[in-house]
Design a protein around this ligand. Sequence first.
Ligand code: C5P
Length: 285
Amino acid sequence: MEIIEKASAKINLGLDVLYKRDDGYHELEMIMASVDLSDYLTFTALDEDKIVITTDNGFLPVDGKNNIYQTIEIIKQHYAITKGVHVDLKKRIPVAAGLGGGSSDAAATFRGLNRLFELNMTYEDMAALSIPVGTDVPYCIYSRTALVKGVGEKVIPLARPIPQCWVVLVKPKLSVSTPKVFARLSLDDVTHPRIDKLQEAIETNDYDMLTRYLGNSLETYTMKKHPVVRQIKEKMLQFGADAAVMSGSGPTVFALCRKQSRAQRVANGLKGFCEEVYVVRTLNQ
Ligand code: C5P
């Protein structure tokens, strides 16, 4: 039997760093949504007890460094599964981009193995097991517009998806290390987006209000380190985006546009500047 799962990219409409906890992690409050840019994973059970990952992306590790591999190990151990697993990954989400690609693959692996081995895990069960793999994994298990708290383990799906719009994603050619961003962040300097206002904007389906309150506490730090991130945001606004902000710890910046024609204009304007430019829709969930 073959199981196919879709793993969608996430964006942080709001990311607020509240404080540093005693365990070294940062307490966060975020509003997250998923966009229609997805990897596809195909799962097959193997009689032999081994984990095999194949992928069309030549740069990804396929051993214990891979989130998918780690997830399979966790599930196999937790449920004492002696069968092996083959996963084929079609990679479409840019890697190390701030779009949660690796986390979404891990989340799809939880959902996929749940079906493959009929484990009857709830989303809560999967989220609880997933934190060691990555702090965005619990959100990606749900993959629907949500308020996310703690270090990412508290996922509270919102009653409505974000208002329908187009999203332009632009990733400059550089990688950002999330642990380094958090380690070097000075909490005295960070701005605090109004997560409550973002939530209100979504719950009242108010697109204009949503665009006014996009924000990310990590943006200033990453922009100082990589000025190209600021330039992307400025260009997006110059080309007519309704709003633009960095996603996660970067370096991808996303813009929201009500109209498809405007999103296309923003994308065309950025194409000469960056190689990786995508125009996608938000997922209606
Ligand atoms: O999300 P991920 O698990 O990949 O995070 C990588 C690292 O970023 C963590 O090991 C931690 O050092 C830092 N981090 C943090 N606070 C968070 C999320 C991540 O300090 N809420």
